[in-house]
Design a protein around this ligand. Structure first.
Ligand code: PGA
Length: 271
């Protein structure tokens, strides 16, 4: 159950386009107020529309990400940017080049390092050295992961190597229609790393995520659903969803518990 003592924000929009536009607005506002912001972006299908909106805004000159820094959220261990299944390559070619983030301002996860533990610690230092993440946009995995913080991840976890669940590997395989192998291991920013971001957006669309979103927001926070830890960020967290993803939330039940809902279709709503 969503409790009144948790002061994170929930914004429900009519459809995925409106939700994506709201997420793009958060990025635009962040970059306008802090042109050299440090950002983390998700990969996957959820953010595609948001990236298209940002690319259109960049092409029109409405936003300028040329001074922004991007830290990759996750990547498969041993995979280079030349590999077809590289998440970094997907992000760089499919997104960052289009929205105007410079290649030399992209921090890639050190997944080919000889000493992965030391390299992951250096990645953490690089994030901290720049003053931390200004904004992390995240998607919600079907198993509740954020980045590749799989079930079992603690709220204090840092950038590290993690074994992927069969569910996540099969989800990832779908992105390439099964044509490329998905490694067993990934490196991911930790939940603790993400919780230190000045602003966090969890973007969730579609009915397929409705039950996991309900568990994320209404069950007690636990490592079983790593995304639930994000609630610890309080007002620094904004959960942006469409009505389909929100359909199992108690706030959608007029007889259910009351919780303020901000945003959504351009008006404030409360249930
Ligand atoms: P999806 O993935 O956007 O493709 O559903 C989300 C995630 O696993 O973070």
């Amino acid at each position: 159950m969503v409790t009144g003592s948790e002061n994170w924000n929930l914004a429900i929009f009519r459809d995925s386009h409106a939700a994506s536009e709201a997420a793009a607005d958060v990025v635009s506002t962040a970059i306008q107020s802090t042109p050299d912001a440090a950002l983390a972006f998700p990969t996957g299908s959820t953010p595609l529309r948001m990236f298209d909106i940002l690319a259109a805004r960049a092409a029109r000159g409405d936003i300028d990400l040329s001074s922004a820094t991007v830290f990759c959220l996750d990547e498969y261990v041993g995979v280079t940017v030349e590999d077809p299944n590289s998440l970094t390559r997907w992000l760089k070619e499919g997104v960052l080049d289009r929205i105007g983030v410079k290649s030399d301002r992209l921090h890639t996860l050190p997944v080919t390092a000889e000493d992965l533990v030391a390299a992951a610690a250096e990645y953490e230092s690089a994030i901290a050295a720049g003053g931390g993440l200004d904004l992390a946009i995240l998607g919600l995995g079907p198993n509740g992961h954020i980045g590749y913080n799989e079930p079992g991840s603690s709220a204090e976890s840092r950038t590290r190597v993690i074994a992927l669940t069969p569910e996540s590997r099969s989800q990832a395989s779908g992105y390439w229609e099964g044509a490329v192998p998905i490694p067993d291991l990934a490196m991911t920013m930790g939940v603790g790393t993400l919780l230190e971001a000045k602003q966090i957006v969890l973007l969730v669309v579609g009915e397929a995520k409705a039950n996991m979103l309900r568990r994320t927001l209404e069950d007690p926070m636990s490592a079983e659903v790593p995304a639930s830890w994000l609630r610890r960020a309080g007002s620094r967290l904004t959960v942006i969803v469409d009505e389909a993803a929100a359909s199992s939330l108690s706030v959608m039940d007029p007889d259910g518990p009351q919780h303020p809902v901000t945003g959504g279709d351009g008006r404030d709503r409360s249930f």
